[in-house]
Ligand binder design. Structure first.
Ligand code: FE2
Length: 383
């Protein structure tokens, strides 16, 4: 395989916005909320397969009539899994249309009212006016704006809150709900797929409305196989704590993986969530032992790995055994692996990533990765 080069030296990316000029200061990802058909069972899957702890619950038993939500945590990662109690309403409609999928990429801010005001006055789509939620542990302020498809960004202010998560949630205990974690630490980035021609619209949205910068861009020259071509731009906030790459399909010979996603998700939405570990060998060993299915990479990928990426700390045989990919950029290297979709519709999947200096996204692996995805698409009859 020819060694692809980074389209743009990441060190040339514009400097972070000076904190006093940043109209949307961000501390990081607050939570990722999924709307799912059966949150009780999905919670069990994320606990047993991915090592999440089921730590909180809100639902009819806690005085919330309309939906059940499970709070899952691992490292700094919070997942919410929400199911409606009936067939009507926006949650049920979201699930009918999209299947299980990500509704909310929530952002942790110091001032949720200001975040709402500053973004909506710049053209952000208002979804939830700032709302104060209070209980005996203090107050949370939450607001939200829309982004691609039916996906939203909530802004969560929690500096005056000392409780478990949010008013309405109660701590839960169950012997099967506290499995050994697998070492997942934080959300590294969340990728969206949008329709052909919409990528720049959302790049502008993140730039204009949220003050994000374009960290790196990939064109279909960088990312194309015989069948798949796509274009991608990575948008990040000033301190790069949140990174949202946006993909759109480009013209290919057959249906690209992005088009397959858009068809089965019935529109734009979150394609994958990347979660970071600081020991990918241990994490992926655990995940495989617990039944998580990863994309298969041919062993030939490892034949000239060292020649492509130079000296790395991890034994190549172990990486090959687990199917972990490696890529280098000017700042260091990264190790990554991708799961197969975690629902029956070929939509949302996960990336496990360990960064050893590298700030990029594994462009050197795109070719092998897309070929692996296409083998799966062909098995589904969607290529
Ligand atoms: Fe990724």
């Amino acid at each position: 395989m020819e060694t692809p080069t980074l389209p743009r030296d990441l060190r040339d990316a514009p400097d972070a916005v000076a904190p006093d000029e940043d109209f949307l200061p961000i501390n990081g990802t607050d939570y990722v909320e999924f709307y799912v058909g059966n949150a009780k069972q999905a919670a069990h899957f994320y606990a047993s397969a991915f090592g999440f702890q089921i730590t909180g619950y809100r639902g009819p038993e806690t005085g919330y009539r309309d939906a059940s939500t499970y709070l899952l945590t691992q490292g700094k990662i919070r997942f919410l899994l929400t199911t409606p109690m009936g067939p009507d309403g926006p949650i049920a409609e979201h699930i009918r249309l999209h299947g299980d999928g990500v509704k909310d990429l929530a952002i942790w801010v110091d001032d949720a009212a200001s975040a709402f005001e500053e973004t909506t006055k710049r053209g952000g789509v208002p979804v939830r006016e700032p709302e104060v939620l209070e209980d005996e542990h203090g107050r949370i302020v939450i607001s939200a704006i829309g982004t691609y498809g039916d996906t939203i960004h909530s802004f969560v202010e929690r500096s005056d809150y000392t409780g478990l998560f949010m008013p309405g949630f109660e701590a839960v205990e169950h012997p099967y709900w506290k499995p050994e974690p697998v070492g997942l630490k934080y959300v590294d980035h969340c990728v969206g797929n949008v329709h052909l021609g919409d990528m720049n619209k959302y790049v502008d949205y993140y730039g204009d409305v949220m003050g994000f910068k374009n960290l790196v861009s990939f064109t279909d020259d960088d990312i194309s196989t015989e069948y798949t071509a796509l274009m991608s731009k990575v948008m990040a906030n000033g301190n790069e704590r949140v990174k949202f790459p946006i993909n759109e399909p480009a013209q290919g010979k057959k249906k690209s993986q992005i088009e397959e996603y858009l068809e089965f998700y019935r529109g734009a939405g979150v394609q994958h969530v990347a979660m970071a570990t600081d020991d990918i060998l241990a994490t992926v060993t655990q995940l495989r032992n617990r039944g998580v299915d990863f994309l298969y990479v041919p062993t030939t990928y490892y034949d000239d790995l060292q020649a492509r990426v130079g000296q790395i700390d991890e034994p190549v045989e172990e990486l090959a055994m687990l199917g972990i990919l490696v890529d280098r950029d000017p700042d260091g290297y990264l190790l990554q692996i991708f799961t197969k979709p975690v629902e029956d519709r070929p939509t949302v999947f996960y990336e496990i990533i360990q960064r050893k200096g590298a700030r990029s996204f594994g462009v050197g692996n795109f070719q092998s990765l897309f070929e692996a995805i296409e083998r799966e698409q062909a098995r589904r009859g969607n290529l």
